[in-house]
Design a protein around this ligand. Structure first.
Ligand SMILES: C[S@@+](CC[C@H](N)C(=O)[O-])C[C@H]1O[C@@H](n2cnc3c(N)ncnc32)[C@H](O)[C@@H]1O
Length: 283
């Protein structure tokens, strides 16, 4: 019999509500409802180290919106592949793209059971939105999936989104190879958007905070790896990186937008470099 006083959502098949999951902890940071007490316990521990992390995760969603809207409106992309898409929240990739071009197609990929349950529901109400329950570290298998091949036209540019996902892969060289495999498969004129946890590893206050955060996350998610701006930039090798390059999420604005002051100006010293991002075009 479910406890009527519990704040927890009903447990979907395959979901282990006793063990935190990356997707649900992230949902809790964003203020979502698809998480359990074990996920919120991780969030509370992280907040002790970096109370600004919820702001960074919300900025990640705002950055995603800036990217998808620019790609749809200005670069005229009509199809997107969003790897590690996460639990639905406000303003998901398909909503952002389809409010500009209702015919834009979006294929989401995730392997978390809670996300898969939501992904299936999503298919019921939108003809141009698709979900593949898959591990994105198997690119050949994923790219051959009938949902991908049947809905993304290989003759037209694709917007590939890897938002806050690559830092879940432990080995740097393998992660670079994975990104390279995806980029090779993309048609010319496609774009790659990446956001990623950062540790400048330069002895600064920001580096100390990132090292503490990494250590705390490792207690639950041992494969998580923060990377330096140079390491994150190297994921874009062979691509044309758009201005302003690989920068803090708060500092990435689409071409033509110039801000007088960085929105990150108010962050406390040391908490200003937690998440980096970039957008690049395949020649
Ligand atoms: C931090 S969330 C980011 C969600 C979304 N991309 C965003 O930026 O708002 C990371 C997501 O990646 C998914 N993920 C992690 N490793 C994955 C893998 N190997 N295959 C598929 N999904 C994965 C998790 O389940 C989770 O939903």
């Amino acid at each position: 019999m479910p406890d009527p006083t519990s704040q927890d959502p009903v447990v979907a098949p395959g979901v282990d509500a006793t063990k935190p999951s990356v997707a649900r902890v992230y949902d809790a940071f964003l203020g979502g409802k698809d998480n359990y007490e074990c996920d919120r316990a991780v969030v509370r521990q992280i907040l002790e180290i970096a109370p600004e992390l919820p702001d960074w995760t919300r900025e990640n969603r705002r950055w995603l919106a800036r990217v998808v809207e620019w790609l749809t409106r200005e670069a005229r992309l009509t199809q997107f592949l969003d790897l590690g898409s996460g639990l639905p929240t406000a303003q998901n990739t398909h909503q952002l793209a389809q409010q500009i071009n209702p015919a834009a197609k979006v294929v989401y990929v995730d392997n978390d059971p809670a996300v898969i349950a939501h992904g299936r529901a999503l298919l019921l109400d939108n003809d141009n939105t698709f979900f593949v329950p898959a591990d994105f570290t198997e690119p050949e298998k994923l790219l051959a999936d009938p949902i991908v091949t049947g809905n993304l036209d290989p003759g037209r540019p694709i917007g590939m989104i890897q938002a806050l996902v690559l830092h879940h892969l432990e080995d740097y060289d393998q992660t670079r190879e994975l990104v390279r495999t995806y980029v090779e498969a993309l048609p010319s004129g496609s774009f790659l958007a990446i956001s990623h946890a950062c540790n400048p590893r330069d002895g600064s206050e920001a580096a100390r905070l990132s090292t503490d955060l990494e250590a705390k996350f490792h207690e639950r998610f041992p494969s998580l790896r923060f990377r330096t701006p140079a390491e994150i930039t190297a994921f874009f090798d062979g691509l044309e990186l758009l201005d302003p390059g690989v920068v803090r999420l708060y500092d990435w604005w689409p071409p033509g937008v110039v801000l007088e002051e960085s929105p990150a100006a108010g962050l406390r010293a040391g908490a200003g470099q937690i998440l980096y991002c970039g957008l690049a075009r395949k020649p």
